[in-house]
Write a protein that binds this ligand. Sequence first.
Ligand SMILES: [Zn+2]
Length: 327
Amino acid sequence: MNNQLPFWLEKHTRSIKKVDMHHAFLVSGRKGIGKDLLVRYLSSMTLCNDVELNICKSCNSCKFSTLENHPDFYELQVLPDKKLIGISQIHELRNKLYESSFLGKNKVAFLPNLEKISIDGLNAVLKILEEPPNNTFFFLTTNFLNQIPQTIQSRSFDIKISPPEYEESIEWLSDYPKEDSAHALRLNNNLPLAAKEFLDNGFLKIRKDFIAEISGIIKEGKDIVAISEQWTKDESSLNIKLEWMSLILSDTIRFNADQTKNSLNPDTDNISKYLSKKSNLEKLHQLLNKTNSLWNLFSRETNLRRDYQLNSLFVDWENDLGISKKI
Ligand SMILES: [Zn+2]
C-alpha cells in the first residue's frame, strides 16, 4: 500500500515501534514537510497484520490499494461548506471507533491539522484520548504546535519533523539537474517535497514565463488584457503567480530601504531593483496590500470575473509603480 519514505521521515517510523504505551501521536512540523506522508505510512504499519509493525504488503490490510478505502482507517476532514471541524463530526468519529474493527486488527483515526478543529471539538477529542477505544491509534498533525492545548499534547507521543539540510535535499533531488533543484528549493522554503512537486509539475517553466511577462508589463508596456486572460485560463498556476507578484513587491520594499540587501528571490532581482527606484514606500505598501488581497480572494472565491480583477491589478501596478504606458 505504501512506497518508500523520504529519509528525513524514515527515522520517525522507529519511534512508533518503541512506544507501545501510546495510542496517540502528535506529528508537528512546517507545512509541506511531509507530515501526511509520514502519518499514512505509520497508519499502514499500524493496520498491517505483521506483529513487528512492518508493512508486509500481503495481508488483508496491506492489500487495500489506498488508505481511503480501508475500512478501519478514519480521516477527519473539514466539510466542504464549513471552515472548521465541529463537535458533531468528532462524535460521529467516536461512535465509529467504539465499534470493533472490520479486519479484526487495529483501527486508525487520522486528525490532520488540529488547528482546524473547533474548541468544543478539541475537548471532545481529549475525552476520547482519555478513554481510548480498544485497538485504536490516533494520529494528530499540526503546523502550529504552540496552538495545541497542553492537555492534548500531554496525552500524545510527540513527533517533531525537522527539515533536512540543504545538501541532503539536493542529494534527495538528484534525479533533477542540480541547478533546477536549487532553484526549486529556494522558491519552496527549502522544503524538498514541495520542490519535487514544483519540478514535476513544470513550474520552473511557468516561473520563467512569469518573469518574462511581468518584465514585459513593467518595462515594455505589454498588453495586460491579453496577459490577464492568459493567466486566468490556467487555474493551477494563477495563485502561485499572485504569490510571486507579492514576493517581488516584498523584495522591492527591501531594496527601496537598502540597495545592498539580499533579496529572497535572486531570479527576480532585476525587476525588484528596477521597481525600487521607480516608486516610493507608501505606494509599494499599498500595492502589496492590493496584490495580497487579490491573492486571498482568488484562493477563496471561484465565482469571479478573474480576468477583469487581474487586469485591474495590473493597471494598479502600472500606475503605482510610475511605469504607466498606454496600451
Ligand atoms: Zn500487511
